[in-house]
Design a protein around this ligand. Structure first.
Ligand code: OKP
Ligand code: ZN
Length: 324
């Protein structure tokens, strides 16, 4: 297992998030990366492969907005993180002059504040995932220590702490290199951005285990399977046995699609002690689950999505990696 990290991912540092109708301390913080770093040992640095692999999954106007939003926010006389408050559902104006309107048009929710360092962190998360892909293309598993998460970011939208979908950036780059790729999403939350990006793309597949959207964010995606997407919702309270059974099903389906490379969106927020989630996996369970994945003998790129129990996050990630 080769492990990759770039410290520019610490630049994104939201202080607050809008949750249950009020501002709460942010759950997705730079301290998450520090916690993982201290548990996984030495990491390798990251190469800069530029914008092209990011532009292969995100639309240019969205990337332009993401890069410029915080400056526009300051220019509008605001301070702190940029955050939308109005969202076009069926209606869309031709011109969106105000930063508030632009943000709302490219966001699913109020869970993706844009600060001065957001672009830098999301960009280097994608580059970190691409470096881990380099390892997998060379036949070794690669772990990308990535933050902020990516799997709620779609082709033209941010949401759910996610801005650039680094897992999909790696998956698309692998496909461009001639591989047949399955994204296996093991975060607690359904990866609606990944579904948005991957639906109907030749040579790319998504299998996702996640909390039932009837009870959990992102609510409006993830109940049904279709095309190249396998969605496996699980109830709150899910423990190892039911999770492991669903994982076996997902891996069987991935095998049937003839995939030869895995991108794993690993979220440690399926942990029993996670403060915002409701599954009951233990630290030791992650090693067992990873063993099952590794038994496919497919090279894997592992990117980090969620996981918010700061005191256990490092151990949980290390346990998952140990299974490989
Ligand atoms: C990101 B990842 C925050 C409400 C909480 C957002 C959850 C995002 C999870 N305003 N809902 O999948 O771990
Ligand atoms: Zn999550």
């Amino acid at each position: 297992m080769r492990k990759f990290w770039d410290e520019r991912q610490l630049a994104h540092a939201p202080t607050h998030e809008f949750f249950n109708g009020r501002l709460e301390p942010a759950a997705e913080t730079p301290a998450r990366a520090e916690a993982v770093l201290s548990a996984i040992g030495a990491t390798e640095g990251v190469e800069d492969r530029g914008m092209a692999p990011i532009e292969a999954v995100h639309e240019a106007p969205y990337l332009d907005l993401l890069r410029s939003a915080h400056e526009a926010w300051l220019a509008a006389g605001r301070d702190g993180d940029a955050m939308p408050y109005a969202f076009p559902l069926s209606r869309r104006a031709r011109t969106l002059d105000r930063i508030d309107a632009q943000l709302g048009a490219h966001s699913t929710d109020t869970c993706a504040p844009v600060g001065a360092g957001t672009w830098q962190s999301a960009y280097w998360a994608a580059q970190t995932a691409l470096s881990a892909l380099g390892a997998a293309l060379g036949g070794e598993h690669g772990f990308a220590l990535t933050r902020p998460p990516g799997h709620h970011a779609g082709a033209a939208f941010m949401g759910g702490y996610s801005y650039i979908n680094h897992g999909c950036v790696a998956a698309e780059a692998a496909r461009a290199a001639g591989r047949r790729v399955a994204v296996l999403d093991l975060d607690y939350h359904m990866g609606n951005g990944s579904e948005d990006i991957l639906t109907g793309r030749d040579g790319l597949f998504l299998a996702s285990l996640h909390a039932d959207p009837r009870t959990d964010y992102p609510f409006y995606w993830g109940e049904e399977s279709h095309d190249n997407i396998l969605n496996l919702p699980l109830p709150r309270g899910t423990r190892f046995d039911a999770y492991d059974t669903a994982l076996a099903h997902a891996l069987e389906w991935i095998g049937e699609q003839g995939c030869d490379l895995l991108v794993i969106s690993y979220g440690a927020d399926t942990f029993e002690g996670d403060p915002i989630s409701h599954f009951l996996l233990t630290t030791g369970d992650y090693e067992q689950l990873a063993r099952r994945v590794a038994a496919t003998n497919l090279p894997a790129v592992i990117v980090l999505e969620g996981g918010y129990a700061l005191g256990s996050l490092g151990r949980n990630v290390a346990s998952f990696l140990a299974g490989f």
